[in-house]
Design a protein around this ligand. Structure first.
Ligand SMILES: Cc1cc2nc3c(=O)[nH]c(=O)nc-3n(C[C@H](O)[C@H](O)[C@H](O)COP(=O)(O)OP(=O)(O)OC[C@H]3O[C@@H](n4cnc5c(N)ncnc54)[C@H](O)[C@@H]3O)c2cc1C
Length: 396
């Protein structure tokens, strides 16, 4: 029997999983290191099968109502004049939504039957035949039937159950940062971006949000070895990369360095030979992060969580069968969505010539007729989404 399930991480994957597990008769507990739902981030996409998952959860009307109002991306010169614009509006049912808005909607949908513990983290995991003994940084030790790591790219559960993250992270040659920005520095309904070779700083300003978000990305051949939670090191990195740049970069940098929700990380993917080990499994970025440049992170997290809960509910109490089916059914889709394509080269040209070529392409009338091409080219998950409702029995 596998009723009591501990989920580490209260973000897109963890909250979606908590909803589906509780709905299928399990008893999920969600533990989140932060003292509240984390608020940072820009727009993320709810597309193809994630729309279906959100429909089945009953949250899609709220997701649509909260959609970000962004027309596209404008590339600027140092005086702030647009050099080129690209229309990136979502097509059809697709929705671009601020990450924090999506997390809040998923949290509201995962309240009933879910226990939450904020401000704590798993410290150790020890499995035996029937359960996993868990100790925490703050709380008392507890036992669960299963543990799921939904704790992001630097997953603690993955480290404890599978080993050092250096074995699984594939570095993509860049660092990035998200922070709050003064909306006056951006253009209403546009993502404005200023490039210098190997660096990009921009403002994401949605027409139906009062604030704005700064985003920074820069090229770095080798990843740095440091504690990814070392805030001071993050700030040094950002300062080193962006001090002295033109446009509004000095003001964006000052505000980012003072933002308590400043988020800095290396751009990387997670590639793992297996997403489970005994009674412990991984979901979302912890298992198969595609990186923010893929535009697939929220999609993978929501669909992966839906599948994991569905397989657990239909496997007659056998978590090994459930974990195997979850992985067999989803691995091809993950492989496709981890193809990053030309996004990185378009956003951060390595040279001035590269930026001029990118701007010429963005200005071309052909691109107007291909508005939304980036979304069209984005990998799709064409595998059918299983209907677990017709297969589910009760919680195993
Ligand atoms: C603050 C923030 C801002 C982001 N901004 C963007 C963005 O602008 N664009 C984009 O494409 N992607 C962004 N992402 C990543 C994006 O959310 C994911 O790629 C995708 O949605 C998959 O989500 P996930 O739930 O698997 O992982 P994540 O969204 O990374 O969530 C992981 C959660 O686990 C928590 N956690 C970490 N370690 C522990 C621990 N030891 N114990 C308990 N909890 C832990 C984290 O606090 C976080 O809430 C952001 C993530 C975060 C956390």
């Amino acid at each position: 029997m596998s009723r009591r399930i501990l989920i580490s991480g209260a973000s897109i994957a963890g909250l979606t999983l908590a909803h589906w597990l509780s709905r299928r008769g399990f008893e999920p507990t969600v533990i989140e290191r932060s003292s509240r739902l984390r608020a940072g981030g820009n727009g993320v996409d709810v597309r193809d099968q994630a729309i279906e998952v959100a429909e089945r959860m009953g949250v899609m009307p709220r997701v649509r109502a909260a959609r970000a109002d962004v027309v596209g991306m404008a590339f600027l010169d140092a005086s702030g004049e647009p050099l080129a614009r690209m229309d990136l509006r979502a097509r059809g049912d697709e929705v671009e939504i601020m990450r924090a808005d999506l997390a809040a909607i998923l949290h509201a949908a995962a309240e009933r039957g879910v226990e939450y513990v904020f401000g704590d983290s798993i410290q150790s995991l020890r499995q035996d035949d029937d359960s996993v003994a868990v100790t925490f940084e703050h709380g008392s030790p507890r036992r669960f039937n299963l543990v799921v790591g939904a704790d992001g790219i630097h997953s603690t559960v993955r480290r404890l159950a599978f080993g050092s993250e250096t074995r699984f992270l594939r570095y993509l040659g860049h660092y990035f940062a998200f922070a709050d920005a003064d909306p006056a520095l951006g253009e209403n309904r546009w993502v404005t971006a200023y490039n210098e070779p190997g660096r990009m700083a921009g403002v994401y300003r949605s027409g139906n949000h009062t604030g704005a978000k700064a985003n920074f990305m820069f090229n770095r051949r080798e990843p740095l070895l440091y504690d990814h939670r070392d805030i001071d090191r993050h700030k040094d990195l950002l300062r080193e990369a962006f001090t002295g740049l033109g446009w509004h970069v000095p003001a964006l940098l000052d505000r980012a360095l003072a933002d308590p929700d400043l988020y800095v990380d290396s751009l990387a993917q997670v590639r793992m030979p297996s997403w489970s080990s005994g009674r412990i499994a991984l979901v979302g970025d912890a298992a198969y992060c595609a990186s923010p440049v893929s535009g697939c992170g929220a999609r993978l997290a929501m669909v992966g969580a839906y599948r994991l809960a569905g397989e657990l509910a239909t496997a007659d109490g056998d978590h090994e069968i459930a974990f195997r089916r979850y992985e067999d059914g989803f691995r091809n889709a993950v492989r496709r969505m981890q193809q990053v394509g030309p996004n990185l080269r378009l956003m951060i040209p390595k040279s001035r010539l590269g930026a001029r070529i990118r701007n010429a392409i963005a200005r071309s009338p052909l691109l107007d007729s291909l508005a939304g091409i980036e979304r069209v080219m984005s990998p799709k998950n064409t595998d059918p989404l299983p209907d677990y409702d017709s297969r589910a029995t009760t919680a195993c």
